[in-house]
Design a protein. Structure first.
Length: 582
């Protein structure tokens, strides 16, 4: 077949894979809205939109800043487009919508993540093609396009999918350096690889193992040329490009070093120290291996990837080392973190390339000299479990969350202005202006001392209906940093007092999560509600017909955790009971 015809066929195939990837990532992208049940999405979006005030420093370095800048630019473009087509007539209208119903603003942000995810499909094709060949690249693109974790996490305003793109782009440039000796002699190629690594680090700190892949590429080049000094010089150029790219896109980290040191230490304490202190070194390895083997990319792909990593290390060691270097180092790092399924995303492209390599080589071994149809068939069969898992995840996300169901029930049942006790990150009710003023005065002395954000919330609340006096169940130390919220500590409720503390606060309704195995902190409240209140409704995430024994061992699905979308679950969210206090 002529080369042009082959290129055209590959282009159309890659475009079809990209469309499949986009469809899976965009379907149900509006999940949960207007409620926002992922706890990090509002924080990330608020921080990005705050740049509109003219201060480009986040004054917080729990994350580096490249993704925040990208999100700010993306939302700005969305506003301009909305202004052109008549969705918004002013910046104030855009801001007000964010506080009253953030659906459009949130969906725009999620679409940015989906765009990063689709772009990664093209990048992984280039990685597989450069490191091995075009069939491997196409196979890797297909396997990543349908990988359940990649599809699921492209529905969030979160860093894990964007950082994966920059990691793969780094691998693309490194593959060229390892495969093409002439390219490896060019300083520009090393600078580009280092720059991509710097952008990865500026998106998420945990991308640091990609630096080891650059070192491995330099070692391969030194061994090939027998010129250690030359390889070290090129490695230094890559390192300098990495540092420059990082500082250009996270510039304030050097201007506010004390804040940066504090926040990075906090991230380490939350993600690493907590895991190692409770489970020991590499204590989370089994959890991550189980995620990869069962849910992340489809079990046939996970099995094929093992062979795909091993075969090149024997037959073409330089390529095998480059393919294995980052995922092995990254997995070793993950094994010392608190298990989070979203952290697996940067591993998926390497797994996809390894699996595609193994499957295409298997096809050639079984039927050498035949058309590519047999290889494509093997790849399609291997992709089926991942595809079905992604479709299940999309359909699961499309179901109303139990917290949304509970909110809608309360809005139908409770009169506007009623006092309702909820839990943080649970049922999301609009607080009335009087309730916000009460909370701001309790925390700040006067509502006039509130930040611009809370002033805008006050303005929006004046015309929002229905709205309520919303109180939050929780310790002040757990959530008292929110000046717009009043907390009632569980310790205020004991068997002797019953619901008296709630009646003293004029609480008329309680929305309470019920946890598998119970929750000791809420035992007194549960007992008092059973004695003194009326159960109005219960909202469950479990499918009908799922018995109590299965429910007891199946955790509800919460976003931003290591929870599985278990077949026993019909929808996200906890079991929620709605009680009325007479």
């Amino acid at each position: 077949m002529p080369r042009e015809a082959v290129s055209r066929r590959i282009g159309w195939t890659l475009a079809a894979i990209g469309l499949l990837a986009a469809a899976l990532r965009v379907y149900a992208v509006g999940w949960g809205l207007p409620d926002v049940h992922h706890p990090d999405e509002p924080y990330i979006l608020n921080r990005a939109l705050a740049f509109a005030k003219g201060d480009l420093s986040p004054h917080n370095f729990l994350y580096p800043t490249l993704y925040f800048y990208a999100l700010f630019a993306w939302e700005g473009a969305f506003f301009v487009l909305g202004r052109i087509v008549g969705l918004y007539h002013s910046v104030g209208e855009f801001e007000r919508e964010f506080f009253v119903d953030p659906s459009r603003v949130m969906m725009a942000g999620r679409l940015l993540t989906a765009t990063f995810g689709v772009a990664t499909i093209a990048a992984v094709y280039q990685f597989g093609r450069r490191l091995f060949d075009r069939p491997t690249g196409l196979g890797a693109a297909l396997l990543l396009a349908v990988a359940p974790f990649a599809v699921r996490d492209a529905h969030y305003i979160k860093h894990d999918v964007p950082v994966t793109l920059f990691i793969v782009l780094t691998q693309v440039f490194l593959a060229r350096l390892v495969v093409d000796p002439a390219a490896a002699e060019q300083r520009r190629s090393w600078v580009l690889a280092g720059a991509m690594a710097g952008l990865a680090l500026s998106t998420q700190y945990y991308a640091f193992p990609i630096v080891l892949a650059i070192v491995a590429a330099a070692a391969i080049h030194a061994r090939r040329t027998r010129q250690l000094s030359g390889a070290l010089a090129l490695l230094l150029w890559a390192g300098a490009a990495c540092v420059v790219a990082f500082l250009l896109t996270t510039p304030f980290i050097v201007l506010e070093p004390a804040i940066a040191a504090r926040d990075i230490a906090a991230v380490r304490q939350i993600d690493v120290d907590r895991a190692v202190s409770s489970g020991g070194a590499f204590g989370s390895l089994d959890a991550y291996v189980r995620m990869i083997a069962v849910d992340a990319i489809g079990w046939p792909v996970a099995i094929a990837a093992l062979a795909g990593f091993a075969i090149p290390c024997v037959r073409c060691p330089a390529r095998g080392i480059l393919l294995l270097c980052f995922p092995l180092a990254f997995l070793a790092f993950l094994a010392n973190t608190v298990p989070m399924s979203r952290y697996v995303n940067p591993l998926l492209p390497s797994l996809a390339v390894a699996a595609a390599f193994a499957l295409t080589r298997l096809a050639r071994a079984v039927r050498a000299n035949t058309s590519p149809a047999f290889s494509a068939s093997l790849l399609l069969i291997a992709a089926v479990p991942g595809f079905l898992g992604s479709v299940r995840a999309d359909r699961f996300y499309a179901q109303p969350d139990t917290r949304t169901q509970a909110r809608e029930f309360l809005e139908r049942t409770a009169p506007s202005g009623a006092t309702i006790l909820v839990q943080p990150h649970s049922v999301q009710l609009h607080a009335s202006r009087d309730a916000l003023v009460e909370a701001l005065r309790a925390h700040l002395g006067t509502e006039s001392a509130a930040s611009v954000k809370f002033q805008k919330e006050l303005d929006a609340a004046a015309s929002t209906s229905p709205s309520y006096r919303v109180l939050y169940l929780g310790r002040v130390t757990d959530g008292g940093f929110d000046p717009d919220k009043i907390y009632i500590s569980p310790e205020a409720l004991d068997p002797a007092s019953g619901l008296a503390p709630l009646r003293a606060q004029r609480v008329a309704y309680v929305a309470l999560n019920q946890y598998n195995g119970g929750h000791q902190a809420f035992a007194a409240l549960n007992a008092a509600l059973q004695r003194e209140a009326h159960l109005l409704a219960t909202f469950s995430p479990y499918r009908s017909g799922v018995g109590p024994d299965r429910r007891a061992v199946t955790a509800p699905f919460f976003h931003n955790t290591a929870d599985r979308i278990d077949p026993a679950l019909e929808r996200p969210g906890p079991v929620i009971q709605i009680w009325r206090i007479d």
